[in-house]
Design a protein around this ligand. Structure first.
Ligand code: NAD
Length: 518
């Protein structure tokens, strides 16, 4: 499958060599940059060697990319003071001006694509194709939310009313938003959260993931260059339990926009609820999933395997949308598994900067250890169906995990999301489909789901019954596009916002109804 060439999610050959060569040449000029960064707050931050963390590269731990100074609890609290003070002024800033900053920011990221891609690769272990998509998505968020803000926030919405009365709805900011983001989309999700909160009139304290602070820092520098005032968006690199909990327990935080694991969302939810004398907050949470795909006996096995490999192993399985459990109808399971084994044999695992690499590293040693432990448990039970191989010359200095397929009896035997290149496979017999759907729904996650079938009524019936945020029929289940596939889940997978969708900005807004007696 992979020897046919690089393809995007629609199967179109990207022809990456010629199309992106100028970008790749430019990336080379950023490969050796060494960084030394501090929090970007409304006030200057003094150097403090004790809080200076060393950043190394996931595919070669011998390489030091630089240092980042983490934010202290006291600085985090001062940042909230500044954000709170800036809120009334920023909320009164015309929507047009706020939207224009987003557009300039998007343009700047576009012109700095090579530099940001290099950081995504060196700090986050991203493949070049993933890096391109990542920056593209961040730019799309800026342009899409700027457009939506102009459409929905610039003017009041007129309402019907009796003669002699004029009724309108006005949208405004809520106050200070804490934006807390994960490492797996260190530019796209990080930007999407910040710009959505800011364009709707809120001020922002943004805490990036520990693992990807350098790229977050560069992104906020560009945001400032685009004209974002330094007290409106502040960057607070630091560890979650320290900086994150200072933010979520501060009574002046009016909303938290969080993307990350379900467990952390629950901690934040408890922390917000435990605040005394604090207004009721908004929690926008986008979390993990136990995403499944159902394949029936009418599906095209080659297409299934192509989509399964992309969904389960692209980005080393480190996508919230990634496929975790494949349910194949028993009659075709043998054929699908045989093809899958062949495809997995061909995967190249290694340095994400090489065009020939299919699967890069996982983010860090802690992640690798957890994934290997899970795989070993299944190996001891003789449940390994297929496994790609690691070439030690490519992988010995990084945190790599070979893609693997494990046999399970059902999705309910899994305790939690395994955030890496691990695919679980179960089979089902004709007549059992309702039971399979009930089992998937019964877990309470609800992020992505796929169905492969040439029986249209079967596919639509399954898609209708499954309780998830994003359902895909006869394609892979990753790579949602801004404005095209608004993305977000339900249940344990999140509070249901649809990032990149027409209603997302409203989650950050207050609504005021104004009635005038004319
Ligand atoms: P994580 O929950 O460990 O961390 C996310 C963020 O929360 C980080 O910035 C971290 O520092 C911070 N944090 C940690 N403890 C905290 C605390 N006590 N208080 C406040 N903040 C705290 O997640 P991760 O490992 O960075 O990311 C992977 C997870 O994110 C996976 O579960 C994945 O499914 C999920 N994810 C979901 C989506 C989505 O849109 N649904 C998108 C990407 C990733």
């Amino acid at each position: 499958i992979y020897s046919e060439g690089r393809r995007n999610s629609r199967g179109i050959n990207l022809n990456i060599n010629s199309q992106y060569q100028p970008l790749i040449d430019e990336m080379a000029t950023h490969m050796d940059t060494v960084y030394d960064v501090r929090p970007l707050l409304a006030f200057d931050v003094a150097a403090d060697a004790e809080r200076r963390q060393t950043v190394t590269c996931p595919f070669d731990r011998r390489v030091t990319l630089g240092h980042v100074q983490w934010t202290s609890a006291e600085e985090a609290s001062r940042a909230v003071d500044a954000a709170w003070a800036a809120f009334p002024r920023w909320e009164q800033t015309p929507v047009e001006e706020r939207a224009a900053i987003l557009e300039r920011f998007g343009d700047l990221m576009e012109t700095h694509t090579a530099e940001l891609m290099t950081l995504c690769s060196r700090e986050g272990g991203k493949l070049l194709t993933d890096g391109i998509a990542e920056i593209r998505e961040a730019v799309d968020f800026c342009r899409y939310y700027a457009k939506r803000a102009r459409a929905d926030f610039a003017l009041p919405t007129e309402l019907q009313g009796p003669t002699g009365e004029h009724n309108q709805i006005l949208l405004g900011g809520k106050g200070v938003f804490a934006c807390i983001s994960p490492w797996n989309f260190p530019v796209a999700i990080f930007c999407g959260q910040m710009v959505a909160a800011a364009v709707t009139g809120n001020t922002v304290v943004a805490k990036p993931a520990e693992q990807t602070s350098l790229v977050a820092h560069r992104v906020v520098e560009l945001l400032r260059e685009a004209g974002m005032p330094r007290d409106v968006v502040q960057l607070l690199p630091g560890d979650g339990p320290t900086v994150g909990s200072v933010l979520s327990s501060d009574p002046r935080i009016t909303g938290v926009c969080f993307t990350g694991s379900t467990q952390t969302a629950q901690i934040i939810n408890r922390s917000l609820a435990a605040r005394e004398n604090a207004p009721l907050p908004s929690l926008i949470a986008e979390t993990g999933g136990l995403n499944a795909m159902i394949v029936d006996s009418t599906a095209l096995p080659e297409q299934v395997v192509n989509d399964v490999v992309q969904s389960a192993f692209q980005s080393a399985g480190q996508r919230c949308s990634a496929l975790r459990v494949l349910y194949v109808q028993e009659d075709v399971a043998e054929r699908v598994i045989e093809l899958l084994k062949g495809a997995m044999d061909e995967l190249n695992i290694g340095d994400p900067r090489n065009l020939g690499t299919d699967v890069g590293p996982v983010i860090d040693e802690e992640a690798r250890a957890g994934l290997l432990k899970h795989i070993e448990t299944y190996r001891e039970q003789g449940r390994v169906i297929a496994e790609s191989s690691l070439d030690p010359r490519q992988t010995e200095h990084g945190t790599f995990v070979a893609p693997v397929a494990l046999r399970i009896d059902g999705i309910d035997s899994l305790e939690s999301e395994q955030f890496g290149p691990i695919l679980h496979i179960a089979t089902w017999k004709g007549g059992e489909i309702d039971k399979v759907i009930d089992t998937i729904n019964g877990l309470g996650y609800g992020l992505t789901f796929g169905v492969h079938s040439r029986n249209e009524s079967f596919a639509y019936k399954v898609a209708q019954k499954i309780r998830v945020g994003n359902v895909y029929i006869n394609r892979n289940i990753i790579g949602a596009v801004v404005g095209v596939q608004p993305f977000g889940g339900q249940g344990f997978s999140g509070t249901g916002p649809k990032a990149g969708g027409p209603h997302y900005l409203h989650r950050f807004a207050t609504e005021k109804t104004r009635t005038v007696n004319t």
